[in-house]
Structure formats: C-alpha cells, structure tokens
Design a protein around this ligand. Sequence first.
Ligand SMILES: [Fe+2]
Length: 246
Amino acid sequence: MTDIHCHILPGVDDGAENMDEAVAMARMAWESGVRTIIATPHCNLPGEAGNYRSGAMTRRFNTLKKAVRDAGIDLEILPGAEVLCTPNVPQLLDEKKLIPLAGSRYLLVEFFFDEHLDAIDQLLEQITERGLVPVIAHPERYEAVQQAPHAVARWFHSGYVIQLNKGSILGRLGRRAQWCAEWLLDRGLAHTVASDAHSDQYRTPHMDQLRRTLEDRCGSAYCNILLRINPDRIAHDRPLLAPDEP
Ligand SMILES: [Fe+2]
C-alpha cells in the first residue's frame, strides 16, 4: 500500500514529536503492509506551522529517510505537505513555496472545517489554473460537505482528487464524518484513503483494520484502487483510476 497523507516528519507540526516516534510510525506502517509513505507536514497553518519549501525542509526529509533506513525498515519515504488553503495560496504557488506530493502535479490541500463552499471552489480553481491537481484532504470532515455531500460529487467530476481519512471510515472522527465518508464510498466518489496519522499511539499509520473494512464495504477491486493503485499513481505523477474502471 501507499499512504499519501501522514504526519510522520518529526518536530514540525502536531504529528511525530521526535525521530523515535517517527521510526515507530514507519515500522507500524510497514508491518501493516504499507511500502511507501508521502510525509505531509502541515503547511501554511497560521501561527502554528509554516513548513514552506526550503533547504531546511529538504534536510529534514532526508534525515527521516536515513533514520528509517538505518532502523532496517524497507519503507520508501517521499516529500510532501498538507497545505491549508487560505487566500494567499495562489501567491505562494507563484513563488514556488508549496511542496506538491512527491514532486508530482498533485497538491494535498485542506480547508478550515467551517469554510464556505464558494471560498473552497474559488481556491480549487486558482490552484488548477496554475497547473496543479488539488487532492482534497478529508472532505468528509468539513461542515459544508456534511450538510451537502453532493458538493464532493461536483469536485470529483471536475477532476479534483478526493482523499478520505482512515479515522473517518473507522468512526474515530465522529459520526457525521463516518456517515459522510460511507456516503461517498458507496457512490464511488473517493479516489484514495490515507491514514492522516499523527502518532504511533492514536491516529496511527497502521492500515490493516482499514483495509479489511474497505474490502467488506466496497469489494476488493475498489479497495485496491483506494489503497494501492491510485496512491501509487499519485506518487508517480500519473492519472488516476475511477472506481468503475479497475
Ligand atoms: Fe493531515
């Protein structure tokens, strides 16, 4: 499996606190069948995390890769970020300050949970105009989507990538998020599911229970697209599969 959303880079956000925890997360992911993780620290989070593209960030990614390799874990770690979309994001893109997923066309984006649909639409269009494909992180957690999940169908058919969270599907992020995630899965309106892991204790990168739950609910073909095929295609900058064309 490939996990495209994981706060494993230590000491830069509310994810792994230190390298020991990051290595424990890597081992846990590997033991559950994950072979590639894109490390996605929070980026552009006002007052909390900048984490824009820089030489220091590149060194942090490389230090994590080396620590995982030195621990004997055969897990590929690729650079990325989870970008909070605020009105300054177009300018940050023009200044090349944002880190796409594994150097691809795909940019992982999140929004304030109470953001209005109009504002989300406008930011998604501004990102697309700059030649990137937005990967919308956990839409099932946004209030506007929980009130009107058809918005996600519109995004899906507009060419945006829909990424659901493991925790939503397993019911750990509230009943509304779970209901909304299931509504989207049952209609084939998700491209991938990721861990959004923050720790080796809670919100972890272990994917076994998620894989079994998705196989039961969606069947093995769609589960394979969600956890293997599409996240691997994102990591390799290739177009994604829709669930009806496995
Ligand atoms: Fe996240």
